[in-house]
Design a binder for this molecule. Structure first.
Ligand SMILES: Cc1ncc(C[n+]2csc(CCO)c2C)c(N)n1
Length: 222
């Protein structure tokens, strides 16, 4: 069995919980209150900025020029594809640049990105691909499941369309293939560590929906 398949099996329950989360279901049927999607977007803008840094560390740590080149291209992909989607939504939801700049990430967004940055700083390219892969792959599977669904909220429909396309499938497959290639070249201990990164990122993907749905914030002490 390919390493990627072993990892996919290990997170099956966690990913099913993401598919069934009321945030995702609310996107599909259009009933998700926009205030919750707004909270998601603000946290996701922070998340994506950190995600790009993690991908860039992958480019820096690659030992092969072709991997450096592709990881750097993926940084640009995050900027172009993800942030343009965001800018479009932010405008429509009345999120200003000032609000974005002043926004402090919620505990889960902070913890998830801290997890990725810790792994990226300490690890090699294999650790980095393992820690970022659930972001690609889970969103692809959500996009796939929601194909054919017509959400009554146009913003949610655009979000669904963005993750169902062919361009996205190719990006995901490229990272899955990179994971499998590296997995064949490293030790069993390396693979075990990579698997843990993948599982923890999957937990955080679930918690990210929950964070947005519950409008999670830091405690206020008075
Ligand atoms: C919490 C969270 N997880 C995953 C994604 C999706 N995503 C982020 S970067 C990237 C790869 C380049 O497009 C993908 C698919 C998101 N937006 N927010």
């Amino acid at each position: 069995m390919k390493f990627s398949q072993e990892l996919r099996q290990a997170v099956d329950a966690s990913w099913n919980a993401s598919f069934e989360h009321p945030f995702v279901q609310g996107i599909a049927d259009g009933t998700l209150p926009l205030v919750k999607f707004r909270h998601y977007l603000l946290n996701d803008a922070y998340y994506l900025a950190q995600f790009a840094r993690v991908q860039a560390l992958g480019a820096a740590k690659a030992t092969d020029l072709s991997d450096s080149n592709r990881m750097a291209a993926h940084v640009q992909g995050t900027y172009n594809a993800e942030l343009s989607l965001h800018e479009n939504f932010a405008k429509r939801l009345g999120i200003s640049e000032a609000e974005k700049a002043a926004f402090e990430p919620s505990p889960t967004a902070y913890a998830y990105t801290s997890h990725m940055l810790r792994v990226a700083n300490a690890g090699h390219l294999g650790d980095i691909v393992a820690v970022i892969l659930p972001c690609y792959w889970l969103y692809y599977e959500i996009g796939e499941r929601l194909q054919g669904v017509t959400s009554s909220e146009p913003i949610y429909q655009e979000w669904i369309n963005a993750y169902g396309g062919e361009w996205f499938r190719e990006l995901v497959q490229e990272q899955i293939d990179r994971l499998d290639t590296i997995a064949e070249q490293v030790t069993a201990a390396d693979r075990e560590r990579m698997k843990k990164h993948f599982i923890i990122s999957s937990h955080y993907e679930y918690k990210f929906w929950d964070m947005a749905y519950k409008l999670e914030a830091w405690p206020i002490y008075e």
